[in-house]
Write a protein that binds this ligand. Structure first.
Ligand SMILES: [Zn+2]
Length: 498
């Protein structure tokens, strides 16, 4: 179907930040076909009156984990290393059903679409293990929701006790053995699964669904698998997700295990390049930043998650001024607790102000809008397709009502988008030329049925979760010792305040 936005204000977020006070935008075959004054409506076109509204590119969630979606608000704030005990228990445990995989992915996708997110980069992890039926469930949910999704498989393959500094020696022997005996897939088996996944899902639905690869984090996989993923990333030209230096403890791990920073480790392993998406990049130093800049990698910045887990403040300006692409992510729904990219943009625009007394270096609203759109597309290697309003690009568009409290009075569009808008004024969302949200309602999914099913599934899910809770109670004192020992380990870099 063709659409014609008439008389609409447009913020293109193209390279020149082009804006139009009132213009027409034509969408044909899923593509932005024309931008111009008084475009004539073609036969059968759906005319959308844009008077008093803003058309802007759909937001891009550059980092997300769909499996966290049932755990929004479930946890107190705690450091990543303890938080992850709930997320990816280090012992064998029963898997959730494929229906849970499907429904929680769909729930996250609906929340994103209603808030104007048209593209997501999901890094789902699978507990205790992964198989094609679980992957199919996640991808089918994205297909049903109508969002543009790039999706990896996050499946570590080393024992829990190897992922952290000091943990082996701190764990009581029976617990350590139990962790070491927990099932893990060898790298070649995981690589074969990836290949089958890419053949099955990469490019499906006119390219709306795509694959990426993920090592989770370099210390969580064997070196051969780390390298095999990089080879797949090159072969299919897809992004390579790696969580690096999210926490202080991970910097300590580099010191005591690798005798180098984890950024230098991936560089030395030959897997740091323009396809790498470095997630978090908080505890990086100047040497790391030089390596990252030379590689052409991107950074996924998750400012709310970084505060929720007390991870630290990412050196935004030091990264940006080296020309490294910074995109924004919500991370998962138990470490942000919503999947609202407006909140993420606002937090990103604010938190760095306390990290640098030179206020001329603080992020501008325009810069943050670029991080939340075009940069996300670039990190996903989709910048020729989406992330800005330009003729020839996919029609991934959001219509925002400017006759709302957030924009009354309208003083500065970019600042009000970042600092005033919460997502409630998103009135229409289009992905690849298909309207998926209209008048605040999701059109692709029956939201009432979805919420009812979530509540039903939570009965089984909560029962499984109580078992995890029991393990965490047992393990938390040991992990706290590890954490405190890492805090005492001296470092030359500091990303905490106070
Ligand atoms: Zn993450």
């Amino acid at each position: 179907m063709s659409h014609l936005f008439k008389n609409v204000r447009v913020l293109t977020l193209d390279a020149d930040f082009t804006e139009y006070a009132a213009i027409d935008v034509q969408v044909r075959d899923g593509i932005i076909a024309a931008i111009g004054a008084a475009l004539p409506p073609e036969a059968g076109v759906n005319v959308i009156d844009g008077t008093g509204k803003l058309l802007m590119p759909g937001l891009v969630n550059g980092h997300f984990h769909s499996p966290g979606t049932f755990n929004k608000g479930a946890f107190a704030s705690m450091p990543l290393e303890i938080f992850m005990l709930y997320e990816v228990p280090p012992f064998d445990c029963p898997p959730v059903s494929s229906r849970v995989d499907y429904v929680r992915t769909l729930l996250g996708a609906v929340e994103m679409l209603k808030g104007g997110v048209t593209t997501v980069h999901d890094d789902p992890f699978y507990v205790p293990t992964v198989g094609m039926s679980r992957i199919d469930a996640v991808m089918s949910a994205y297909r049903a929701a109508g969002i543009r999704a790039t999706v990896s498989i996050n499946m570590p393959n080393v024992a829990e006790s190897e992922k952290y500094p000091f943990l082996r020696e701190l764990l009581p022997e029976p617990v350590r053995s139990r962790m070491e005996e927990a099932g893990r897939l060898p790298g070649d088996e995981l690589t074969a699964l990836y290949r089958a996944y890419i053949e099955r899902w990469h490019g499906v639905d006119g390219g709306r669904l795509r694959a990426s690869v993920s090592c989770s984090a370099p210390q969580r996989v064997t070196p051969d698998y780390l390298g095999a993923l990089s080879a797949l990333s090159a072969e299919f030209d897809v992004p390579y997700n790696m969580h690096i230096l999210e926490t202080r403890l991970q910097r300590v791990l580099g010191d005591v295990r690798f005798d180098k920073s984890l950024i230098r480790y991936v560089h030395d392993e030959g897997v740091l390049n323009e396809r790498s998406v470095i997630i978090h990049a908080i505890w990086v130093d100047a040497d790391d930043l030089d390596l990252m800049a030379a590689s052409g990698c991107s950074v996924a910045h998750n400012p709310i998650c970084n505060l929720r887990l007390g991870s630290g403040i990412m050196p935004f300006r030091a990264i940006a001024e080296r020309g490294i692409t910074i995109c924004l992510g919500s991370d998962e729904l138990c470490s942000d607790d919503s999947v609202n990219m407006w909140s993420v943009m606002k937090q990103a625009a604010l938190v760095h102000n306390i990290g640098d007394p030179d206020y001329r270096r603080w992020p501008s609203a325009g810069e943050i809008l670029r991080c939340g759109t075009a940069n996300g597309a670039r990190a996903m290697r989709l910048d020729s397709l989406t992330g800005s309003i330009e003729v020839g690009k996919q029609a991934d568009l959001v219509l925002v009502d400017l006759d709302s409290l957030a924009f009354t009075p309208l003083n500065d569009l970019r600042r009000q988008l970042v600092f005033c808008e919460t997502g409630t004024d998103v009135c229409l969302v289009m992905v690849g030329g298909r309207i998926v949200v209209e008048d605040g309602r999701i059109l692709t999914v029956d939201e009432t049925d979805l919420k009812r099913e979530v509540r039903e599934l939570m009965v089984e899910y909560a029962r499984q979760f109580r078992e995890v809770d029991r393990w965490v109670t047992e393990l938390e004192p040991v992990y706290r010792q590890m954490y405190e020992r890492a805090v005492r380990h001296e470092l030359a870099v500091n990303r905490w305040i106070g």
